[in-house]
Design a protein around this ligand. Structure first.
Ligand code: SAM
Length: 236
């Protein structure tokens, strides 16, 4: 079942997969690579790990995980937008990572996996997009094995006021204009991105939610002046 937010989000992302990787890199000045590297480092994937990437999109993070787990491991990417998953599958095939990946069309709030079956579970740049963040963490924690890491990386409102002023101009002014130059769909997607970041949870709020969903010792870490927060905890 898809609620109205899920339908809206799916309609946005279904039209942007081809340019997604390039635009993300351009708009974040390449910082997105560092953020993903941080996520992979915190989850400590072993060569034979089976790891889950929720709301995987075009599989950027899944590719980094697939490189980290090596031949014996497996990365399972979940998303509710079919065209994003198809793009992920093709991009990782071209990188020679097909044997280490599996793709599942499903919702973050209702993961079709057994309890305790993944070494780690991640959600990157997508917590703002899910319909139910609490349910998403509950499901990620359920599917992760005890001792494994659950991690969220997402855009946030930077804490420094001066930096925030400059950043908001960029985000709310320049982003949608730039998007519209690329296509109508990108105009919509980037204007949604700005609006959703203004309403985003703080790192501490995300950490509290994760603790409430069974992930004690969860901590938020700001990256790039707090443009994004990585928040992660270990399942007991
Ligand atoms: C901004 S993209 C992020 C993709 C990728 N994780 C990354 O870091 O680049 C957001 C993705 O979340 C997916 N998504 C949004 N809500 C979802 C949900 N409830 N369940 C599964 N996927 C969802 C969208 O389809 C889209 O592919």
């Amino acid at each position: 079942m898809y609620d109205s937010k899920a339908r809206y989000v799916r309609s946005l992302f279904s039209k942007v997969p081809l340019e997604y990787d390039l635009l993300l890199g351009l708009l974040t000045f390449g910082q997105d690579r560092k953020w993903r590297a941080f996520v992979v480092e915190q989850t400590e994937p072993l060569p034979d790990s089976v790891v889950l990437d929720v709301a995987t999109g075009t599989g950027l993070l899944a590719a980094d995980f697939a490189n980290a787990v090596a031949n014996k491991g497996l990365v399972v990417g979940v998303d509710l937008t079919l065209s994003m998953l198809e793009t992920a599958k093709e991009r990782l095939r071209l990188k020679g990572l097909t044997g280490r990946t599996d793709w599942v069309l499903a919702r973050a709030e209702n993961l079709p996996f057994r309890d305790d079956c993944f070494r780690s579970a991640s959600i990157s740049l997508a917590l703002r997009n899910v319909s139910d963040a609490r349910m998403t963490f509950r499901e990620m924690a359920r599917a992760t094995t005890p001792g494994g890491v659950v991690i969220s990386l997402d855009f946030a409102r930077p804490p420094n006021r001066l930096f925030r002023l400059i950043y908001y101009d960029y985000l709310l002014g320049l982003f949608p204009i730039f998007g519209r130059v690329v296509s109508r769909a990108w105009g919509r997607t980037l204007s949604y991105l700005g609006r959703s970041i203004l309403k985003s949870r703080t790192g501490n709020q995300i950490a509290t939610l994760m603790v409430e969903e069974g992930l004690p010792d969860t901590r938020p870490v700001p990256l790039t002046q707090g443009i994004v927060y990585a928040v992660y905890g270990r399942k007991r």
